[in-house]
Design a binder for this molecule. Sequence first.
Ligand SMILES: C=C1C[C@]23C[C@@]1(O)CC[C@H]2[C@@]12CCC[C@@](C)(C(=O)O1)[C@H]2[C@@H]3C(=O)O
Ligand SMILES: O=C(O)CCC(=O)C(=O)O
Ligand SMILES: [Fe+2]
Length: 384
Amino acid sequence: MPTPSHLNNPHYFDFRAARRVPESHAWPGLDDHPVVDGGGGSSPDDAVPVVDLREPPAAAAARVARAAEQWGAFLLTGHGVSGELLARVEERIACMFALPAADKLRAVRGPGDACGYGSPPISSFFSKYMWSEGYTFSPASLRRDLRKLWPKDGEDYASFCDVMEEFHKEMRALADRLLELFLRALGLTADQVAAVEAERRIGETMTATMHLNWYPRCPDPRRALGLIAHTDSGFFTFVLQSLVPGLQLFRHGPDRWVAVPAVPGAFVVNVGDLFHILTNGRFHSVYHRAVVNRDMDRISLGYFVGPPPHAKVAPLPEAVPPGRAPAYRAVTWPEYMGVRKKAFTTGASALKMVATTAAASDSDNTTVATAAAAVHQPPLVVSS
Ligand SMILES: C=C1C[C@]23C[C@@]1(O)CC[C@H]2[C@@]12CCC[C@@](C)(C(=O)O1)[C@H]2[C@@H]3C(=O)O
Ligand SMILES: O=C(O)CCC(=O)C(=O)O
Ligand SMILES: [Fe+2]
């Protein structure tokens, strides 16, 4: 019998058939830092902050400020996106990843492509493979992109697109609310928020990208990694993790991974690098990773909010202390991705590479990047 062609495809690994973790997927040093419970069960210092949008705006803004300054992440509850919609979103994601390999491979992300099926872009910097499959798409071109997965249209195609469009509509509105709250958290008055909007039109021009992750259950979770430690590059990300936990946030003092509890209906909000820049380093991007487990498949969704590709992102004047120069130079998202690529190949910090003053180096992830290099020795560059 001829071998099905997808079995020879380098983009395809049959996780279901794997009885052990092969060397190609085994990561050294995954347990270099302890993992602690972020649900508050072990220590209040480890409890992942929670922001409930049902609180009065001033109180919610104060919580956002604390969380964004100290953690770069928080759990978002009371956001109004219904649990019923989230359940349908997760169901459609599971259905998509359950497609036959040959169907998924039709939508493989090509070199340099922003969207498509396969490992996320960051994986190209490492010689080890992750224990996951991903699919990235832009909600703006959803119906066209998804025809690659479902060329014949049909019910699965229609319900995937319908559900994701409904979700995107709600999330885009939520992103606007959260942006306003972040700006209030920076200390801007309602008038200043309106002025920033009028001048920079951040909310109006913000773009959204969705990245779906499927982490199959794994025969030896201590050797495999779902998603390599990273910071998100955009403004901020809403992460929906299914009822199966796996997201971990890196914290210093002492260095540890904090396991984010799976809170039904909540999103995890991550501050990204471009928001770090926009806020002059006051809100810092968070270094995070996803681990896998032996018994259950896990699904997550990242809703990445960022600027349009041509927009220059620079520290907001309101975020720069009086008499001080901005800590970062202006960059577009694609420019920043180029810097980050260089940083990955040299082991440097991308944020430091776009910093203008020594002051900025205090608030970036350099030390974390160093920790990462230690965790993932040797630096695993395979392609550029
Ligand atoms: C908008 C985006 C952020 C992202 C790159 C992308 O163009 C689409 C995928 C996103 C993702 C998801 C997994 C981790 C990550 C680092 C990656 O490789 O792809 C992020 C990217 C990012 O935040 O830079
Ligand atoms: O799977 C997760 O919980 C994290 C996903 C993530 O970090 C990402 O998609 O950027
Ligand atoms: Fe991420």
